[in-house]
Design a protein around this ligand. Structure first.
Ligand code: MN
Length: 433
């Protein structure tokens, strides 16, 4: 639903918000932050600052549903807010847009409280947005599935189930960390093709996966599937997600039950939860399936979801090596992609996840799968064709996979004519040995 909160003419009295690539007044994403020596609590990103929800609520700036939502976001996790669903969340968004508006009726009152209500983001630490009970990672990026399948099966890259089932694996919630957390190169069993026996040691083929993360809002009861047409009501918001992957460990362990140690050592998410409300202008139709592809089974098909269930969100992955950092070089963009390249909508993923009765819980995290494009890939595996064709960086360095000291940075932006651009902030992780 497009409403006054999306009006591109709106400006904030917080100057850094106006024209901000990520956090103008039209975005207002939720996150958990803390100032030095204080407890983590809920806030909203606005320009280069963070607006405190607990203080706003206690100061009497909020009422009704908006106050209920802010109170649910006043603690160290956003699960309470996520559980409330769209109504209170949208009411809080509308109220915050008015409070932060340069032409807002209460501007003077809010400005007078600015030292209490607002903090510079650079003075704050950001935390995981929610307590994550479960993490499921899909495989819905068809270009990634095709590119990586081709490395194993040149003539038949996609397995027969791919166009019928939103394929996924159950991941590990305990090792999910917020952007900025170092990623330790995992040890594990490796068996190069030429070797007859495996050995144990550090992963040699460490990789990233460019994905979107989906935060679950209200859950469903065990045995009560979420119909595809109702799945939207269960989404609390979106972040960026890096599904770090140890390709050599994966190649040896993945048959017959799928990834295990290759993916359970670290997953990074960006700290800000961009709401479905903020993304409303950037919904697009799910691209039509190519001629000859099967029609999904009925439980995965909903007319409204097909019309507006995809998102036009530009994605990019960049790298900064230790040498680049030492010389002050800017991050080098490895690839650009777009969330439109997902073969399944998020609603289809949720409907499939729950169709057998599995219960999703508030705060659960779903990964979309690596999102590659026809002209941009979301992993080193694809970029270097399994390590066979090293990539050369502007620094002159080459990479088959990630080296210690390499930092991987994801960013994402939603743009549409007539609307303010919004972004997700960075999803960063540096590899350490
Ligand atoms: Mn993945």
């Amino acid at each position: 639903m497009i409403d006054a909160t999306h009006d591109a003419r709106r400006r904030s009295f917080i100057e850094s918000a106006n024209g901000h690539p990520d956090f103008p007044i039209q975005n207002l994403p939720f996150g958990i932050y803390s100032k030095r020596g204080e407890r983590p609590r809920g806030g909203i990103a606005i320009g280069d600052e963070i607006f405190d929800l607990k203080i706003a609520s206690e100061a009497g700036l909020l009422s009704g549903e908006a106050k209920r939502a802010a109170e649910a976001a006043s603690g160290p996790r956003l699960n309470g807010l996520f559980a409330l669903g769209a109504g209170p969340r949208a009411a809080l968004r509308a109220r915050l847009a008015d409070l932060l508006d340069a032409a807002g009726a209460e501007r003077r009152q809010v400005e007078a409280m600015r030292p209490l209500l607002l903090s510079r983001a650079t003075d704050c630490e950001l935390h995981l947005p929610a307590r994550i009970g479960n993490f499921t990672d899909f495989y819905a990026g068809i270009h990634h599935a095709t590119n990586s399948g081709r490395l194993l099966r040149p003539d038949n890259p996609l397995l027969p189930n791919y166009k019928h089932i939103p394929v996924a694996y159950h991941g590990r919630a305990s090792s999910i960390r917020v952007s900025g957390t170092e990623v330790h190169r995992p040890n594990g069993q490796r068996k190069p093709q030429a070797a007859t026996e495996p050995d144990f040691g550090p992963c040699r083929y460490l990789d990233y996966e460019l994905e979107m993360g989906v935060w679950i809002g209200p859950g469903n009861a065990l045995g009560a599937p979420i119909p595809v047409g109702a799945a939207r009501d269960h989404i609390a918001g979106f972040s960026l997600l890096n599904d770090w992957s140890a390709r050599d460990i994966q190649a040896w362990e993945y048959q017959p039950l799928g990834p295990f140690l290759a993916k359970n050592f670290a997953t990074t998410v960006s700290p800000w939860v961009v709401t479905p409300e903020a993304l409303a202008p950037f919904r697009v139709a799910q691209p039509p399936r190519p001629e000859g592809d099967p029609r999904p089974l009925d439980y995965l098909m909903d007319a409204a979801d097909q019309l507006t269930g995809a998102f036009d969100i530009a994605l990019e992955a960049s790298i900064v090596t230790a040498a680049m950092r030492a010389s002050g070089a800017a991050p080098h963009r490895l690839a650009a992609s777009n969330a439109r390249h997902l073969y399944w909508t998020v609603a289809q993923m949720i409907a499939h996840h729950t169709c057998g009765g599995c219960n999703l819980e508030t705060g659960d995290l779903i990964g979309t799968g690596t999102i590659s494009a026809p002209d941009g890939v979301g992993s080193m595996l694809e970029l270097t064709r399994g390590g066979r064709e090293p990539a050369t960086l502007p620094s002159g360095e080459t990479r088959r996979f990630l080296d210690d000291g390499d930092e991987v940075i994801f960013r994402a932006y939603a743009k549409r004519d007539g609307f303010a651009q919004i972004g997700f902030g960075a999803c960063r992780g540096r590899v350490v040995g």
